[in-house]
Design a protein around this ligand. Sequence first.
Ligand SMILES: [Zn+2]
Length: 95
Amino acid sequence: MDTYYAVTSGTCSSSGKWSGQVTVTWNSTGSSGLTTAQLRMVAVHEFGHVLGLAHVSRTCSDTKSVMVQGTTKWTCDWGNDDPWADDVKGVNAIY
Ligand SMILES: [Zn+2]
């Protein structure tokens, strides 16, 4: 099944951080039709997971976050300057 662009996997610790090795698997088949900006956003999203961020549920009128799952963030006209302030705030809360 090639419906995902990339996936991050590993073992989570109780603090929300990963314990040990973290693997990002890039699906070159699933992501083959994406633009450069979209590919970048997928990579930043997965790196957010590496840093311990989970998915968030947002609409286009909400605070911008690269951690929105799926393609909603591409249609919101949020720009390509991700990670956004809310993402950085989340990482700062973890570390
Ligand atoms: Zn994700």
